[in-house]
Design a protein around this ligand. Structure first.
Ligand SMILES: Cc1ncc(COP(=O)(O)O)c(C=O)c1O
Length: 385
């Protein structure tokens, strides 16, 4: 007999598509993990930490050196003052940060605003906390906020709004004007919390990343979540963090402690090395991703997909209605089995509108040769559908 809460969400479609990719020998453009190596100095630092016997529990809320490196990074990049002792909790990935923040700040029965399409974890996070998501559409093709729906949702005085910028799956980077709008409405309706997932903060091709915590009046009600997975190409290290005002941080730390005790100690030591990399590293990361984006997106348009060029993150959500009558799940399974390219069906990013039925998401966090092999397989798609 399993608990009700575990019955109300399905297993991750993204990770299921990775298994489908293995089954068919398909190129995995479904799950967002790089197939190229992470930075050598961080690997060396991790090995040194293990050999140096940093192998026991770290401080529950994060090794002091890493929390300091996080605080320094926010000052350097965003002019955002973060207190490493009172504002930071290091977690097992942004995934655990988001779950711990939900459990620490959201009560059963609370409403939480989520933009749709959304990263699939936010739904189960809400269920685990007993909260009800209120979906606000981002309108294709340019993923504009539906302002009327946002104003109506925030007027209900939900407990929190979840932001994600740069955005998975659309590649949208929220503009300064959109941040102004969100901050104004949050303050007007006295919404207690903005929970912002900024894991793709360093992968921006157009515009700029704007942390909403730096808006006037927002620091006190914002929890900023980010992590190492995407910035340092180390999704397997499971390191993330939450930055929040001290009262929220105390609650988040308690939940985090009893869920995990702490994040891996030797990897935290190595993470501090990466957090201190200079601007060259981050520029190089972004330029590499822009080349991958252009390679894949150009080929997808030629193959017959419709898309809006992503401004950030490393995904592209594509329409396939000019290619096939199938629904998104059948299309993604067919594409993996018959063409040899695995993607994620669009419906896993939508709950309310069903708009995902003619969409599929490609990830381009792969080596040029992996993307070229996928492009080759997709090149005569029109002939085989
Ligand atoms: C928006 C978003 N948040 C969080 C994560 C997961 O981050 P982590 O590996 O730090 O748990 C992902 C991974 O794809 C993501 O796309």
């Amino acid at each position: 007999m399993i608990a009700q809460r575990a019955r109300t969400f399905t297993e991750s479609v993204i990770r299921e598509m990775t298994r489908v990719a293995h089954q068919h020998g398909a190129i995995n453009l479904a799950q967002g993990f790089p197939d190229f190596p992470m930075p050598e100095p961080m690997k060396d630092a991790a090995c040194a930490a293990i050999h140096g016997d940093i192998n026991q529990y770290a401080v529950t809320w994060g090794a002091p050196a890493l929390r300091l490196a996080i605080a320094e990074k926010y000052r350097r990049w965003y002019d955002f003052e973060v207190d490493p002792d009172r504002d930071v909790t290091v977690t097992c990935g942004a995934t655990e940060a988001m779950a711990s923040v939900f459990l620490a700040l959201v009560d059963p029965g609370d409403e939480v605003v989520v933009f749709e399409p959304f990263y699939e974890n936010y739904g189960p996070d809400a269920v685990l906390a007993g909260a009800t998501p209120l979906f606000v559409p981002l309108l294709a093709p340019d993923w504009r906020i539906d302002e009327e729906r946002l104003a109506a949702a925030l007027a209900r005085r939900p407990k929190a709004i979840v932001l994600n910028t740069p955005h998975n799956p659309s590649g949208k980077v929220f503009t300064r004007a959109e941040m102004d709008l969100i901050a104004r409405l949050v303050l007007e309706h006295d919404v207690p919390w903005v929970i912002t997932d900024e894991i793709y903060e360093h992968i921006v091709y157009a515009g700029h990343h704007h942390p909403i915590a730096t808006w006037p009046g927002m620091k006190e009600r914002t929890v900023t979540i980010s992590g190492l997975s995407k910035t340092f190409s180390c999704t397997g290290w499971r390191l993330g963090y939450a930055i929040a005002p001290p009262s929220a941080t105390s609650a988040i730390r308690k939940v985090h402690d009893f869920l995990t005790v702490g994040a891996p100690a030797p990897l935290q030591a190595a993470a501090a090395v990466g957090m201190a990399f200079d601007a060259d590293y981050f520029n190089h990361l972004m330029t590499g991703y822009r080349e991958r984006r252009d390679l894949l997106c150009g080929a997808l348009v030629e193959a017959g997909f419709t898309l809006t060029l992503p401004q950030g993150a490393y995904y592209v959500l594509c329409g396939f209605d000019q290619l096939s009558d199938k629904d998104d799940v059948s299309f993604a399974r067919w594409l993996a089995a018959e063409v040899g390219v695995a993607t994620v069906p669009g419906s896993s990013f939508y709950r309310e509108s069903g708009d995902g039925r003619k969409l599929t998401r490609f990830a381009f966090c792969k080596k040029a040769e992996t993307l070229e092999a996928a492009v080759d397989r997709l090149s005569n798609l029109r002939a085989v559908v």
